[in-house]
Design a protein around this ligand. Structure first.
Ligand SMILES: Nc1ncnc2c1ncn2[C@@H]1O[C@H](COP(=O)(O)OP(=O)(O)OP(=O)(O)O)[C@@H](O)[C@H]1O
Ligand SMILES: [Mg+2]
Length: 271
């Protein structure tokens, strides 16, 4: 068997509720299900874990907390989803835990996976720092408003201080309103490329009510296709949107959007 060497990719924000867990669960599922990659998703939100709940997984089995407390072997806390995706959950009834060795545990898993995705805790604290230090690169999630963007600036500063590579910003819950901050404004201010723009999509909430990432239920929705494009870039591939509406649009405009260009850079760096 070829020894793999997974890149470890962290998804961070300082403001809560912007879509980190949604992004990690959808990207992980798409990479395993659609692209047949060996992927591990990790709940690095030690004090408010819920990545497992996005997959309807609520058993009180071994968890990352048990591993960090030295109670169980790391591999005994990893679960396999029906899609082939692997999940390392944190304890649902979370407790204080020392995550100083988190990055070592993550590094020890590299040879088993193509990619390891870490869902981080919000807030600028040691918990989020654990993800920053364990990751080779980071994506920062933000929504298009000033309040969230100011927290996003803090997250970016922290990543830069720790010299963790910032691959891009994921702009989430975009309503398409005039009062929202635009991609250009966000890029100018942060000096970080925006690699995905995801619209506010009620179906994401509906899927969560069924304890499933939307990409488990729907293959063609805009938000799922956006996730597919980013997932492809993470494995050095370009995803071609073959939906009729995209082909028709392509007949009238050949313009490449800024996020497409930025994703191509991510793609090349993962090739
Ligand atoms: N594009 C979207 N459109 C509509 N709802 C969304 C979208 N993305 C995420 N949500 C919803 O927003 C809520 C928060 O998302 P999520 O849990 O992924 O955020 P988070 O950043 O992980 O939060 P926390 O910081 O608390 O861990 C969830 O109910 C999720 O379903
Ligand atoms: Mg979360």
């Amino acid at each position: 068997m070829r020894l793999k060497r997974a890149k470890i990719v962290g998804f961070v924000s300082i403001k809560g509720g912007v879509g980190k867990t949604t992004t990690v669960s959808n990207l992980g599922l798409i990479l395993a299900k659609n692209f047949k990659k060996k992927v591990l998703i990790v709940d690095g939100n030690f004090s408010g874990p819920n990545l497992a709940l996005h997959f309807g997984f609520n058993k009180a089995g071994n968890s990352l907390h048990d591993v960090l407390e030295g109670k169980v072997n790391l591999h005994k806390a990893i679960y396999e989803h029906t899609s082939g995706l692997h999940l390392l959950p944190a304890a649902l009834y979370s407790r204080k835990v020392d995550y100083a060795r988190f990055h070592q545990y993550m590094a020890s898993l590299r040879s088993y996976y193509d990619l390891i995705l870490i869902d981080s805790s919000p807030a600028s604290n040691a918990e989020m720092l654990a993800t920053v230090l364990a990751s080779d690169e980071l994506f920062v999630i933000t929504t298009p408003d000033h309040v969230t963007l100011s927290s996003t600036m803090h997250a970016i500063k922290l990543a830069r201080q720790k010299r963790t590579y910032l691959s891009g910003i994921i702009l989430n819950k975009v309503k398409g309103k005039k009062y929202e901050l635009g991609l250009d404004y966000i890029q100018d201010l942060t000096k970080v490329p925006v690699v995905s723009v995801l619209k506010e999509d009620e179906k994401i909430l509906e899927a969560l009510s069924k304890s499933k990432p939307l990409s488990a239920l729907n293959n063609n929705r805009d938000s799922v296709v956006e996730y597919k494009k980013l997932a492809a870039a993470l494995i050095g591939e370009r995803y071609k949107d073959t939906r009729i509406k995209s082909r028709v649009k392509g007949l009238f405009t050949k313009k490449v959007t800024q996020d497409e260009v930025n994703r191509a850079i991510v793609m090349v760096s993962h090739y």
